[in-house]
Each structure stands twice: as structure tokens, then as C-alpha cells.
Write a protein that binds this ligand. Structure first.
Ligand code: FMN
Length: 314
């Protein structure tokens, strides 16, 4: 997730059982040209494994070149973004815009897959517009035949954005035709949601995005649910505040004090969701400037008289 899944985020996620994590999406050209800001988004370390890196682009040669750079930077998997709905990205013919061009996706994968030794995957939506059935299934077939290691499917069209529900029937249909493993994505907020996604679609794995923001406990819950075990007790406010403090320590390690105090602002927003007084904590979190202010927020968060609640999603 752009703006979210940096190294600190992934480190916390793995601590709670996340088995595979992706960096934030990056565009192919700045990777090839070695732009420092883009390379900083791809920061990883030896504990951050396996790690996926995701490319946005449309020129097969440029994407293949960028993929080779990502492999050198330590990517264990390289993913092609076929889902980003942002207007500017679509206007450039990238992300979800490529869902309108199955044959061009084929041309990209023909270059990309053999360009690197690591597995190449795609992440797609179920079409650009509603009613794009034939096309998204055609894309799944093309990708399967071109040698991708798996296909992740967010069960919404670009037109839907984030509205409605992830279409599990569409994900099942991709699974039927792809001939490679399929990862189901969309609206997984708890262990039971993950189990349902697997049961209903027959998919081989699940990907969680928004449901893990400020809620790394979801990975353990999913692992238990998939084994048929009941969910663990919800984390208390004090436990959540402690993980927020750890998250901040990691940001500080990676970015230094000044930048960490800025980067922690949205992170506070995620973690305090659902505790009494969350609004006020968020207000303070959005303005935090000093360690003293941050420590006071963490202290008040930890003391929130919460019956442990599910940190639901933003
Ligand atoms: C803030 C944000 C950033 C995202 N960034 C990416 C991205 O970089 N690459 C990608 O493939 N999907 C991205 N997504 C989409 C998610 O990966 C996922 O497909 C979508 O949110 C549905 O899953 P969820 O219900 O588990 O959130 C992003 C979503 C959000 C909310």
C-alpha cells in the first residue's frame, strides 16, 4: 500500500505472522534512473523476507529493466500492478488502465517474466468497467500461460473504486481459468473473512490491505481461523499502544527523529481506531511535533479504558 507499507510497517506485520509482504508500488522509470526517493521506498533488510516489490508501468522494455534493478535490490517477487485506479495513473495507460488491453499485458509479461530469476506475479482488479468479464478472465489466462507465479485478484472493477464488496464469485472464476495459484483480496477484516474467501473462491492464499492498518493482530487471527481455531482475545489499548511505540522506534531507526515524528502521524491514526477518545488522540497525533507529545499520546492511549475492541478499518 502506497504511503503505508514501508519497512517499519512490514517489520511489525511479520512479527505478528504475516508470511509475505510487499513494498509500496513504484514506477518503472524512476527505478531505472535510480531516483533516491524511489529507492528509499524500496528499503529492506535481511529480516524482511520474503519481500515483494511492485512495479507500475506499461512499456515492456522499461518494465523489464526496472524488474532487473528490483531483483538487485533484493526483491524475492516482482509484481506488476494492474489495479491502481488513480486518474493520473490511468491517464498514463498504467495500473488498472491496462485491464483494457489484455494483449498488451501479454507483451509486457513476455518480456518481464524471463528478465529476472525471481517469480513474477500480477495484481489485478476484475475489470476496468463493470461487465468486463471476458477481458479479466482473458487476462488471467494470458498471465497463467506467460509463466507468472501467481495472480492476486482484488474483486472490484476500477469503476467501483472501493465501493461495494469484493466480488468473490469473480475471484472464483479467475481461479477456474488461471492455471496458477490465485490470491484473493478485498474486504478481509478478520480471520473469518479470510476463511470465507478461501472457502468460497477456492483461492490459494489471501492478501490483506486496509484490514491490517493498525491491526497487525489480524495475521495471527487469520492463521488460527484457517486452522479452524477460534479467534484470540482482542488486544487491549495498552497492548496496542505498546506496538505503536515499537512502530515509532522502527520509523526512527529508518528515517531519523525529525522525519519519524512526521511519518508516525497516520500510524497513530490507524492504531487508535476504536478506543474511547480516539478522535482526540487522532487530533493530537496529527499535530505531534516532539517526543514529549508523542509519549503523552502513547501514555493516554494505553490508559484508555477500553474494553478491548476490534481495531476496525479506516
Ligand atoms: C492507501 C492504500 C494504498 C494502496 N496501495 C496499493 C499499491 O501500492 N498497490 C496495489 O496493488 N494495491 C494498492 N492498494 C489496494 C490494496 O492492495 C487492496 O487491493 C485493496 O485495498 C482491497 O483490499 P482490502 O479490502 O484488504 O483493503 C492500496 C489501497 C489503499 C487503501
Amino acid at each position: 500500500m502506497v504511503g503505508c507499507t514501508d519497512l517499519a510497517y512490514r517489520t511489525i506485520a511479520r512479527r505478528f505472522g504475516c508470511e509475505m509482504a510487499f513494498c509500496e508500488m513504484v514506477k518503472d522509470r524512476p527505478v531505472v534512473e535510480g531516483h533516491p526517493r524511489t529507492l528509499a521506498m524500496l528499503r529492506t533488510d535481511q529480516h524482511d523476507r520474503p519481500v515483494g516489490m511492485q512495479l507500475l508501468g506499461r512499456d515492456p522494455a522499461m518494465l523489464a529493466d526496472a524488474a532487473q534493478r528490483l531483483e538487485q535490490l533484493g526483491a524475492d517477487v516482482i509484481d506488476l500492478n494492474l489495479g491502481c485506479p488513480v486518474n493520473k495513473v490511468v491517464d498514463d495507460g498504467c495500473g488498472s488502465a491496462l485491464l483494457k488491453e489484455p494483449e498488451h499485458i501479454g507483451r509486457i509479461l513476455e518480456k518481464l517474466v524471463p528478465a529476472v530469476r525471481v517469480p513474477v506475479t500480477i495484481k489485478m482488479r476484475t475489470g476496468f468497467d463493470d461487465g468486463d468479464d471476458d477481458r479479466f478472465l482473458h487476462i488471467a489466462r494470458i498471465a497463467g500461460e506467460s509463466g507468472v507465479a501467481w495472480i492476486t485478484v482484488h474483486g472490484r472493477t476500477r469503476r467501483q473504486g472501493y465501493s461495494g464488496l469484493s466480488n468473490t464469485d469473480a475471484i472464483r472464476r479467475v481461479k477456474d481459468v488461471a492455471g496458477v495459484p490465485v490470491v484473493g483480496n478485498g474486504d478481509i477484516r478478520c480471520g473469518a473473512d479470510a476463511k470465507r474467501m478461501m472457502d468460497v473462491t477456492g483461492c490459494d492464499g489471501v492478501m490483506v490491505a486496509r484490514g491490517a492498518l493498525g491491526n497487525p493482530w489480524i495475521y495471527r487471527e487469520i492463521a488460527l481461523a484457517l486452522k479452524g481455531e477460534p479467534p484470540p482475545a482482542r488486544p487491549t489499548a495498552a497492548e496496542r499502544a505498546a506496538v505503536l511505540a515499537d512502530h515509532f522506534a522502527l520509523l526512527r531507526h529508518d528515517h531519523g527523529d525529525e522525519k519519524a515524528l512526521i511519518l508516525v502521524r497516520p500510524v497513530i491514526h490507524w492504531y487508535v481506531k476504536g478506543v474511547p477518545g480516539a478522535m482526540a488522540l487522532r487530533g493530537r497525533g496529527g499535530r505531534v511535533r516532539t517526543f514529549e507529545e508523542l509519549l503523552a499520546i502513547i501514555r493516554d492511549f494505553a490508559a484508555a479504558q477500553a474494553a478491548p475492541t476490534a481495531p476496525d478499518n479506516p
